[in-house]
Every structure is written in structure tokens, then in C-alpha cells.
Ligand binder design. Structure first.
Ligand code: GLA
Length: 387
């Protein structure tokens, strides 16, 4: 992969000088969905799939971008003086946003660069191809220009740029997972204060299987920002009756005792999901520590039901993938992962049953939807860095 990006770089921009290569992974979230902007916990892990870059500093203020995933877009050029969102700039709005965000955070970028990227995460699949591109850009900028920024700061800058440059009000989970991932571990992150610990996910006799519905989601155009506002509104109403900073501060009993404070039943269901999902995440991590992978899987299933019914961010295709998985022996748990409205499910499947799982879930999915699903039996990889 690295060599392909280097070859393309040489072909487009010449092969001399100090050309450096980098990688930032995508992520899959095992449990803790739509909790990261509610002060709750998440449990994602970095994938070995991600985005690669080759980059070289320039003397002037020009920036030239090229993506091997969008070859038809060709080389897209801009300059340090023109770091504004433009529709026609397509995918380059993500790296541009990060260049802009570095400036906003006080890191003045002294010169332009040439950048070629290639990603092997399917776009719009809910596996954070955009967060990986943001974190990748952060890592490139730090290294090329010698900024002293930590991995966590790079994650925060990526989120800041996605919120304020690309208009998607995402939480911190995706960028954090891409920057801070650790091989064979998931990250148990408290989004209220960014404290985290790594939990080993070396499953003795099971694999993590991602099923891509191939229904593309577009979170900016979708209901993501609406969900955020509904949670904020529910929180404001609950704060009149309980002393909390976020929905993540509530346990299920306290929520049940005070839920009538949320007048609108839809907002009440949104808050219910946020509270219960956070508690499920705490329970799931505990179960994993006790090696109770069965209990972990059951919590994953419950997470899907809550995302489907209370949070309403699933879609018929992802429901089919999860339902078909639940029917099979050897499936410990299965749920939609990521923002929703399309994308992927994540399942924990006993190693011996993986082939059968792919065949049966894939077959049933095609029969019921007329479309083909794709499957990835994944490994948990390292966070972003220079290669
Ligand atoms: C998207 C966002 C994340 C998180 C998830 C839902 O992936 O980017 O911040 O909110 O949705 O858990």
C-alpha cells in the first residue's frame, strides 16, 4: 500500500526530495453508540484498514492534493490563503479543514505541501474514513512542520475541523480511536473528561466480523445533528430536576425516576437510549474483563435494539443484517456500528462459524434486499503515525 502511494506520488509530483509516508486507521465501535456527545463512554478499536499518505513539503504556499480513491477528481490545488470550505473541493475539504484548524489552534503552517492519499476503508460505511483522513492530515502536518502536538490534540483538532469546517457535529470517538488505537485492544474512553484505558480484545476463539450493508450514509445531510439537539433539549429539562452535567451522569434508576421531566416522548426516548447505552457500555467492559464474552454479546444485541427503536438511527438493511446474525449459532453478538442510517454491523462470531456466518447472513441479506453485503473479518490495529 505504502509503495503504491509512493509510486503515484513520484508519477504526479516527482520522486526526489524528502517524501514521507503515514497511515491513520479507521475504527469500529464495539459498543457505546451515540454516547460520545452525551458525556458517556465508548468502546471503539482501530482497524488495520485506513488511509495512507505520501507527503512532501513545498517552498511556496501551494497545497496539491490527490486521492487514488477519487482518481477522476485529479490533482486538486489550493493555497494556504484559501482555507475555506468549497463544495467543488470534494474530499479535500477534510484535509483543508485540518490545515485551517491547526491555524485556529495557533499552529501557523509555514508552507504548502504535495499530498497523495489512498484509503482502503469503504467510504460512507460508518468505519470512519473521514476521521482517519483528518487524523492522517494532523500527523502529516506535525511531522512535516515540527509542531508539538500530542495524538489526543490531533484527534481534538480533527473533531474541531469536522464540526466547524465541514459542518458535521460529531463527537470525539472516531478521531480518538484513529489517533490512539492500540493493536489487539479496544479503547474504553470516558468522553466526559477524555480519560481512557485500553482493554485487551484478544478473543480466544472468536473473531470480529464487519458486515457492510452497502447502504451509504451521509451523516451531515441526515438526522445526526437533529439527534444531538434532541439530547441537549432532554438534558436541559432533566437538569431542572436532577443535578447532572450530561446524560452520561445518569444511571438507569435515576433516569426512570425523573424521565417525565422530559415533556416530548421522542426526546425522552432519545435520552433513554443515551443513558442506557452508557450503562450497557460500562457493563460490557466489565464483562470483557471477566472474560464473559457471552454477556458482552448480549449487551451488543440490546444496543442494536435501542438504536433501532429508541434512537431510530438504524435502517431496514442494518436491521436485517443484525436479525439474520442473531439467528445463527456461534454468533455472540451483533449490532449496527457508527452513526447509523446505513453502513455496517459489527458481530462477534466464534472462529469456527465465521464462514457459515458470511454465507448465511450474506445469502439472507441478498434474498431480502436484492443487494449484496460485504464482509470483513478484521484485526485491531495501531493508531495513526509515520510509517
Ligand atoms: C459518528 C460520529 C461519532 C459518534 C458516532 C455514534 O461516527 O462521528 O462521534 O457520535 O457517530 O456513536
Amino acid at each position: 500500500m505504502k509503495n503504491r502511494v509512493l509510486e503515484k506520488f513520484a508519477e504526479l509530483f516527482g520522486g526526489d526530495g524528502d517524501i514521507r509516508t503515514y497511515f491513520a486507521p479507521g475504527r469500529v465501535n464495539l459498543i457505546g453508540e451515540h454516547t460520545d456527545y452525551n458525556g458517556g463512554h465508548v468502546f471503539p478499536c482501530a482497524l488495520t484498514m485506513g488511509t495512507y499518505a505520501a507527503a512532501r513539503k513545498r517552498e511556496d504556499g501551494t497545497i496539491r492534493f490527490y486521492s487514488m480513491n477519487f482518481e477522476r477528481a485529479g490533482v486538486i490545488a489550493t493555497s494556504l490563503e484559501d482555507l475555506v470550505y468549497r463544495e467543488e473541493a470534494g474530499w479535500t475539504n477534510y484535509p483543508k479543514g485540518v490545515l485551517w484548524a491547526f491555524g485556529e489552534k495557533g499552529y501557523r503552517i509555514p508552507a504548502g505541501m504535495d499530498l497523495v492519499i489512498y484509503g482502503d476503508i469503504p467510504n460512507g460505511s460508518g468505519l470512519s474514513s473521514s476521521a482517519s483522513l483528518e487524523v492522517l492530515t494532523g500527523v502529516v502536518l506535525r511531522d512535516l512542520f515540527g509542531f508539538e502536538v500530542s495524538q489526543v490534540e490531533i484527534a481534538l483538532i480533527g473533531q474541531f475541523s469536522e464540526n466547524n469546517f465541514n459542518g458535521m457535529n460529531c463527537g470525539i470517538m472516531d478521531q480518538f480511536a484513529s489517533a490512539m488505537g492500540k493493536k489487539d485492544h479496544a479503547i474504553f474512553l470516558n468522553t466526559a473528561d477524555l480519560s481512557y484505558e485500553y482493554a485487551s480484545v484478544k478473543l480466544a476463539a472468536a473473531r470480529i466480523v464487519i458486515a457492510n450493508s452497502n447502504v451509504k450514509h451521509s451523516l451531515v445531510g441526515s438526522e445526526y445533528n437533529v439527534r444531538r439537539r434532541q439530547c441537549e433539549s432532554a438534558l436541559e429539562q432533566l437538569q431542572k430536576v436532577v443535578d447532572i452535567k450530561t446524560l452520561g451522569d445518569l444511571d438507569t434508576e435515576t433516569f426512570e425516576a425523573h424521565k417525565e421531566a422530559v415533556a416530548d416522548p421522542v426526546e425522552r426516548r432519545r435520552a433513554k437510549h443515551a443513558v442506557y447505552e452508557n450503562q450497557r457500555t460500562l457493563a460490557a467492559v466489565q464483562a470483557l474483563k471477566e472474560n464473559d464474552i457471552k454477556a458482552f454479546g448480549k449487551l451488543m444485541n440490546a444496543s442494536h435494539v435501542s438504536l433501532r427503536d429508541d434512537y431510530e438511527v438504524s435502517c431496514p438493511e442494518m436491521d436485517i443484517l443484525a436479525e439474520e446474525a442473531w439467528k445463527l449459532p456461534g454468533v455472540l453478538g451483533s449490532r449496527m456500528t457508527g452513526g447509523g442510517f446505513g453502513g455496517c454491523t459489527v458481530s462477534i462470531v466464534e472462529t469456527d462459524c465465521v464462514d457459515d456466518f458470511i454465507q448465511k447472513v450474506g445469502g439472507a441479506y441478498e434474498k431480502r434486499t436484492g443487494n449484496k453485503a460485504e464482509f470483513y473479518v478484521v484485526d485491531i490495529g495501531q493508531g495513526a503515525g509515520k510509517l
